[in-house]
Design a protein. Structure first.
Length: 353
């Protein structure tokens, strides 16, 4: 953990009734057959190593034989609810290959590998303890980013789909140095946009292992997208730098790449493009965002100290005095969104004239 930016572990905040009603309205709250606490009753485990024999900080868990079949069936049903139509027609063709438990990080998730035995295709799902910060982060990701993400919640259990891609730290170690100049320029553009997007939606702790790089082949070149895969630190910390990936030391190789590949004019242009894209998404999803912000403004997902510190940092960053009146993180992020939309509208009004 970067001690200079994040000083302590974030607590888990429960899902309150208002947020639960919101999730029900938008079909996120669906009864699932197994809970996070059920998976904690494993009877044994072995360490999971990567291809270089390094400890991944995941362990592969096992359950008593009389429980394993019931757990496997429940996990297949859960997978089918998340990715299929929820019926049991396909269950005979699914197999739970692995159940891994992460011993590192805030959420301590279970990662389940489900395989289709007809064609050997497989996918992962994650089961976590429900946390309000994480749910707000997932919703903002689905509504306001270029990426869709599926998740379900039932009582105190959260189920998320796997975000496919190359973890940022592994990409830096294995791929970055050998990228051609053109690909570095395209990846630099994406990092600038990802940095701006994280800042404006107050998604914190985007260290290199909390996001993935997604390469896409487009005719004779490769385009890149950066996707967040960890949403624990949504609107919690008081330091604005926590919401800006460029300030985490393990992202410095990307920061250096941006400095070498893009000029200041290009960087500003890409930041403006991302703000404009965010403003358009805010306007097109106006009702849903307002409903979510209403929940957030009535919720407790941070500390008074963090709220006051972040208000001051944002005033300095945006010169918007409206942050002074904010009493909680929901009100803070609403002012951020209003700031983004207001600036977008003023620029477009100028162009129309």
């Amino acid at each position: 953990m970067d001690e200079k930016l994040i000083s302590r572990k974030k607590p888990t905040y429960p899902i309150n009734d208002e947020l639960y009603d919101y999730l029900t309205m938008y079909n996120r709250n669906i009864k699932i057959p197994i809970f996070y606490d059920d998976l904690l009753r494993f009877s044994g485990s072995v360490t999971v190593y990567d291809k270089y024999d390094n400890d991944t900080l995941w362990i592969r868990v096992y359950y008593p034989e009389f429980e394993q079949k019931e757990i496997d069936l429940s996990l297949k049903q859960m997978y089918n609810i998340l990715h299929g139509d929820g019926t049991e027609d396909a269950l005979d063709y699914l197999m739970v290959d692995e159940i891994d438990y992460c011993t590192f990080g805030n959420s301590k998730p279970f990662r389940i590998k489900v395989r289709n035995i007809l064609n050997d295709n497989y996918a992962y799902i994650y089961v976590k303890k429900a946390d309000a910060s994480r749910v707000y982060g997932l919703e903002f990701e689905d509504i306001l980013s270029p990426n869709r993400i599926h998740f379900l919640i039932y009582k105190d259990t959260l189920v998320e789909e796997h975000v496919m891609g190359i973890p940022g730290d592994i990409f830096m170690e294995e791929n970055l140095e050998n990228l051609p100049k053109g690909e570095k320029q395209r990846l630099s553009k994406e990092f600038v946009k990802f940095n701006e997007r994280s800042t404006l939606r107050l998604l914190g702790d985007m260290r290199a292992y909390n996001y993935v790089i997604v390469p896409t082949h487009d005719f004779d070149q490769v385009q890149y997208r950066i996707r967040a895969m960890d949403f624990d630190q949504q609107s919690y910390e008081g330091k604005l730098k926590v919401y800006r990936p460029q300030f985490f030391k393990d992202n410095f190789p990307f920061v250096e790449m941006v400095q070498e590949s893009l000029g200041e004019h290009s960087i500003e242009q890409y930041k403006k493009e991302e703000r404009s894209a965010l403003a358009k998404r805010l306007r097109s999803s106006h009702n849903r965002i307002n409903n979510l912000l209403k929940c957030m403004k009535n919720d407790h997902i941070s500390t008074p100290e963090n709220i006051e510190k972040l208000k001051l940092d944002l005033i300095e960053y945006t010169h918007d005095k409206n942050f002074k009146k904010c009493k909680n993180m929901g009100e803070i992020i609403q002012v951020v969104f209003e700031f983004v939309v207001r600036n977008f509208e003023s620029v477009n009004a100028y162009i129309i004239k």
